[in-house]
Design a protein around this ligand. Structure first.
Ligand code: FUB
Length: 371
């Protein structure tokens, strides 16, 4: 791993350089423009983004998108500047509420439905409302959210609403047996719902083994030649508020059937999982974090194991991205984020672009910049 990649929630230098140039330019007038030219004493950078920000009046990140009642609903994190210095722990991601957005069509207007859940209304809250996701069952929408408890340990909570746009009411306690961050929920065609969760470094996954907190490590465990830490997956009970058993590893195997190793930072799971089903196969996708890629792996069961297939999105501007994938009116889309509006790691903006499954089932590589 190069020195450039060692700072969690920092930015690789080449992307930081682009960000600095853009923020120089956009701070005066053009925040949100899709095509940015910046000049310095002896530098000229021209960056054209593949897609424009979907929301420009607040900062948004980690977009989990779903189609409910024929409309697209987006459940992002709500970034803001808490004035906290950037560090490996991700303390500068100090989000304290969620807004929900909806769209009738891709490219059409987007509606901000306002604050759907506020940290002050969550009884067990410490700090930091990170990436959430939503599921629907029998007239109720369930919002799953990671939040640090009063002991500064991430757990996953659930909140309910009869409206996909909220407001949501949180349960008094986090989900029993939950830990770490980035819940992603997937309801299979047979009606069973699964929750995937976990994220290393600031997401604390490395602090847990077999459902018990075993250390307070801040980054990788340095078990380079051991199997990499896995995202966790467990079926939800019918009440959608409890795990149905102990979470299992969502194992990612290489083409020889061996688990990816801890040192394989270009391919191993870091955070931001998503599940979609295509042609009866289960596509597990995720971020590699410190190597800034979105990768995918395919399996025959929602519980895995999954065989690593490749990268499907190159690095965005910003430390990393966090995505979701939906099918809408016969086409597939990826929602993701970058830092086009601010040029700052912790002030992100959500975007959408089309995603293509090739005839052989692979996903076509997306470059978030237009050359
Ligand atoms: O938004 C805070 C964290 O940053 C998310 O939970 C991660 O997936 C990363 O996007």
């Amino acid at each position: 791993m190069s020195v450039l990649n060692k700072v969690r929630f920092g930015m690789p230098l080449y992307l930081a350089a682009i960000g600095v140039l853009i923020s120089c330019n956009s701070s005066s007038s053009s925040a949100g423009k899709n095509d940015t030219t910046a000049t310095g004493a002896d530098t000229i950078a021209k960056v054209k983004f593949l897609s424009p920000p979907l929301v420009k009046d607040i900062y948004t990140a980690d977009p989990s998108a779903h189609v409910f009642n024929g409309k697209i609903y987006i459940y992002p994190s709500h970034d803001y500047d808490a004035g906290i210095k950037e560090n490996d722990n991700g303390d500068h991601f100090a989000m304290k509420d969620y807004h929900i957005f909806s769209m009738d069509s891709i490219g059409g207007p987007i509606t901000d439905h306002g604050v759907a859940l506020d940290v002050k209304d969550i009884p067990w809250a410490g700090r930091q409302l990170w990436a959430s996701d939503v599921a629907y069952k029998s007239g109720t929408y369930y919002l799953y959210f990671p939040l640090k408890n009063k002991q500064d340990i991430f757990q996953i909570g659930v909140a309910t609403s009869e409206n996909p746009a909220g407001p949501f009411k949180a349960e008094p306690e986090p989900i029993t047996g939950s830990y770490s961050i980035d819940p992603a929920v997937f309801t299979d065609t047979d009606g069973k719902t699964y929750i995937y969760f976990g994220g290393i470094w600031g997401g604390q996954l490395q602090q847990w083994a077999n459902g018990k907190r075993v250390n307070d490590s801040k980054t990788d465990l340095k078990n380079d030649d051991a199997p990499a830490l896995s995202c966790k997956v467990v079926q939800l009970k019918g009440n959608m508020k409890e795990f149905d058993g102990a979470p299992k590893d969502a194992l990612i195997l290489d083409s020889l059937g061996k688990p990816l190793l801890g040192k394989d930072h270009d391919r191993r799971f870091f955070e931001g999982s998503w599940m979609h089903k295509y042609n009866n196969k289960y596509y597990f996708s995720y971020s590699t974090g410190d190597t800034h890629l979105l990768c995918y792996a395919i399996g025959d069961s929602p519980m895995g194991p999954f065989t690593y297939k490749g990268v499907f999105m190159k690095p965005v501007q910003g430390w990393t991205t966090h995505h979701s994938i939906i099918e809408f009116k016969g086409k597939w889309y990826i929602f993701y984020h970058d830092t086009e509006l601010s040029g700052k790691t912790h002030l992100r903006n959500i975007k959408v672009t089309e995603l293509t499954h090739n005839a052989d089932g692979s996903i076509a590589l997306i470059d978030p910049f237009v050359k």
